[in-house]
Design a protein around this ligand. Structure first.
Ligand SMILES: NC(=O)c1ccc[n+]([C@@H]2O[C@H](COP(=O)([O-])OP(=O)(O)OC[C@H]3O[C@@H](n4cnc5c(N)ncnc54)[C@H](O)[C@@H]3O)[C@@H](O)[C@H]2O)c1
Length: 270
């Protein structure tokens, strides 16, 4: 049920690849809540053409931008501000990619050139987005920026590989830039730490099927879905959370604070 929480707000959504993407689900939910949107993804992802279906559903233009390219980001903000006729109220950063994982390299044998690229795409890209907005004064007073992360930033999940380091860096950029943008313009910057979710990026993690069912059993509320994550992001974009910033917010059905569950103990006995 829509609550009109984003009526009159204007936002940029990064990272909708296909209909399973968390960004895709969030775009639909933001639209339902009354927001106007611009969608963006890497040019190579746009070539798949899927995003045009979403663009039609949420009545949004699509602007290509490789998030590691500052000229692309500048153009994205210019076009978005032109489209909206003013500043931007919220941004979803829903981007992740591990070159070492994709090429089958384990954590103890990573290629450092690929690792640099992974950190740039998955973490420093948030700095690049915020810096571009900062230099162009593109965000409205009290705007909200949310990036998606995973608990492997705090605890070891072996097959999450170099992405664990990328997420730790992403969460650090969130705090550091969150400080400066808070002081400058009351802009909020937070990460949402989501349950494992069946998407293209998610299923790139080795042993993902076993892992998702383990997390389900280890969470008192079960795993959070992409649609539920979208709902949480909407609350963070809304005016109801104006004083929440520089936080890593777990959206994981209670997984992060559970030591063990009866369901897991039962499995171990069998
Ligand atoms: N799926 C999960 O289990 C899970 C859990 C916690 C957090 N997350 C995070 O959620 C976010 C979204 O992932 P998802 O699961 O929806 O998967 P997804 O594969 O649908 O989305 C990842 C997106 O990153 C984009 N991207 C990659 N390189 C890019 C570049 N250079 N420039 C611009 N965009 C680029 C891809 O095109 C894609 O749209 C990621 O940060 C991911 O780490 C996912």
């Amino acid at each position: 049920m829509p609550y009109n929480l984003l009526k009159g707000k204007k936002g940029i959504i990064f990272g909708a690849l296909d209909e399973r993407s968390i960004a895709w689900r969030t775009a639909l939910r933001c639209h339902e809540e009354g927001a106007q949107l611009v969608l963006t993804n890497a040019p190579v992802a746009l070539r798949m053409g899927e995003i045009n279906k979403l663009a039609e559903a949420v009545k949004a233009p699509v602007v290509g931008a490789d998030v590691t390219n500052m000229d692309d980001l500048k153009k994205l903000f210019e076009e978005s501000m032109k489209h909206f006729g003013g500043g931007i109220d919220f941004i979803l950063h829903s981007i992740g990619m591990s070159l070492n994982m994709r090429k089958g390299k384990g954590y103890t044998e990573i290629d450092y050139e690929w690792n640099k690229k992974t950190l740039d795409i998955s973490a420093m890209s948030l700095h690049r987005v915020l810096r571009t907005a900062w230099e162009m004064d593109a965000l409205s007073e009290g705007a909200s920026v949310v990036a998606l992360t995973y608990i492997a930033a705090q605890r070891v999940f072996p097959d999450y590989n170099e992405m664990a380091d990328a997420k730790a860096l992403l969460e650090s950029v969130t705090r550091s830039f969150g400080y400066y943008y808070g002081v400058k313009k009351k802009v909020r910057v937070n990460t949402v730490s989501q349950s494992p979710t069946l998407t293209t990026a998610g299923s790139g993690v080795k042993g993902f099927d076993g892992f998702i069912s383990y997390a389900e059993k280890m969470s008192p509320l079960g795993n959070a879905s992409a649609d539920q994550c979208a709902g949480y992001c909407v609350t963070l974009f809304s005016d109801l959370t104006k004083m929440v910033t520089m936080q890593n917010l777990f959206h994981d059905g209670g997984f992060s604070f559970t030591g063990v569950t009866e369901a897991v103990i039962k499995d171990m006995k069998e």
